[in-house]
Design a protein around this ligand. Structure first.
Ligand code: HEM
Length: 136
């Protein structure tokens, strides 16, 4: 029990900092002043954040499987919430990867829209996390 709780707590540490990074990173490019000239360094931080969310989310599932031999039996609301999180994480990862690959060719409006979309995806995933937590 102790080792199980420790495993979940350590995964949650990565998951929580990943959540803070994807939302905070995108918001800080947009607010309180527009900092599009720092878009690339923030984008590197954000891609690490989305990667950490995908990896730690998967490790959550693997840890449950290791300790119980099966995946948790989730309610339909929890499954929907988890699906939203997975979709947001994959979309966020791909969007920021696209920006890093091609963003130099984009005009300022497009870059701003990309960071707005990244912030919205992070906020959506965080909202879904609350439903996953309480409807599991
Ligand atoms: C592949 C994507 C993801 C998977 C598989 C995943 C999976 C999970 C799992 C299994 C939990 C534990 C649920 C529980 O305690 O009942 C969790 C918690 C959490 N996740 Fe994710 N997650 C993903 C992406 C994200 C993203 C993108 C964010 C935010 C940007 C996020 C934020 C959170 C938060 C804040 C919690 C803690 C909720 C709480 O205990 O109150 N997750 N996640």
């Amino acid at each position: 029990m102790w080792s199980e709780n420790l495993a979940y707590a350590l995964i949650q540490v990565v998951h929580n900092f990943g959540a803070a990074t994807v939302l905070g990173g995108a918001v800080l490019v947009l607010w309180p002043v527009l900092r599009l000239e720092y878009g690339r360094p923030f984008a590197w931080l954000i891609i690490v954040g989305w990667g950490a969310q995908i990896a730690s989310g998967a490790v959550f599932g693997l840890t449950s499987f290791y300790y119980y031999g099966e995946m948790p039996d989730l309610s339909s609301i929890a499954v929907a919430a988890l699906s939203v999180k997975v979709a947001a994480a994959i979309t966020g990862f791909l969007l920021v990867a696209l920006y890093l690959a091609r963003g130099r060719e984009w005009d300022r409006v497009r870059v701003k829209h990309a960071f707005q979309a990244l912030a919205a995806l992070a906020a959506t995933a965080l909202t879904a996390a609350a439903f996953l937590r309480w409807f599991s």
